[in-house]
Design a binder for this molecule. Structure first.
Ligand code: ADP
Length: 253
């Protein structure tokens, strides 16, 4: 903090300082409010699985002795809710970590996407097509975070569609662009404005079954922005969605 000698300042200078201070205060206020909102949303999201776990535990305590089927069912439900809590906590930590500055190295984004597709190919039967304009598109990135960002988009495309997924990677002016297109349920115009918000899910009830936490896209967006990039979506209900990531290339043409 610098000590400011107000006496020797002109009226204009003082006015400018007042504006700067007001901007700083607004910024701090908004950050604080966002933080508060996050804590309250996070506790709310964690409360649901805790309540479900408690109800099943009480059920087993009351009626478990006479009913082994009920015990089995309850244990499975408890296990799945505990998994959900684990995922929520892991994703919250990721969100916090993305804010920290990690070392950035030159990374071939085409390779990162190839690795992800290979992993997905080994665990699902889903058809994924990839079009690449070059085999090397270098960006300055934290490789793990970049992988996380692209994985979230692929994972969503798998979760919310049933047909082929098209991936395109190309250079456009100063940007490396990755598009992930699916032909699934799509997202309405109204929801497109909210899906990047923390904990927002279009269909909460159904998405509990798909294991969604509503944090994936907000993590993906914060990673893109931390790399001076952008994440956007084009989508039409019942036709499908295309998520578009652009990150500055390291070597321009
Ligand atoms: P979730 O863990 O619920 O998938 P995300 O933050 O990744 O959370 O996504 C938020 C919501 O956006 C999802 O719940 C889903 O309703 C919608 N969504 C995300 N990706 C797609 C997609 N490819 N197609 C249709 N809806 C999507």
């Amino acid at each position: 903090w610098q000590k400011i000698d107000i006496e020797y300042r002109s009226h204009d200078e003082l006015h400018e300082m007042e504006l700067t201070f007001n901007q700083m205060i607004d910024y701090l206020k908004t950050s604080y409010e966002k933080q508060e909102m996050f804590v309250s949303d996070a506790s709310h999201e964690l409360k649901t699985p805790i309540q479900i776990i408690k109800s099943y535990a009480q059920l087993v305590e009351r009626r478990g002795n006479a009913n082994p089927e009920l015990v089995k069912e309850s244990v499975l439900a408890i296990d799945s809710e505990a998994d959900r809590m684990k995922k929520l906590v892991e994703q919250m930590l990721l969100l916090a970590k993305n804010k920290q500055l990690q070392p950035r190295l030159s990374v071939n984004i085409v390779n990162v996407m190839d690795d992800i597709i290979n992993v997905i190919d080994s665990i699902t039967e889903r058809e994924i097509s990839i079009e690449k304009s070059n085999d090397f598109i270098l960006v300055k990135a934290d490789q793990d975070q970049l992988k996380q960002l692209l994985y979230i988009l692929m994972d969503n495309a798998l979760k919310y569609s049933e047909k082929t997924i098209h991936v395109r990677i190309f250079k456009k002016a100063t940007q490396a662009v990755v598009e992930v297109q699916d032909y699934g349920k799509g997202i309405s115009q109204r929801d497109q404005e909210r899906i990047f918000d923390r904990f927002y899910r279009v269909d909460k009830a159904r998405n509990r079954d798909t294991g969604g936490t509503g944090l994936g896209l907000s993590i993906a967006k914060s990673i893109a922005e931390a790399h001076d990039g952008k994440l956007s979506v084009k989508s039409e209900l019942n036709k499908g969605s295309t998520f578009i990531v652009s990150i500055p290339v390291l070597i321009e043409d």
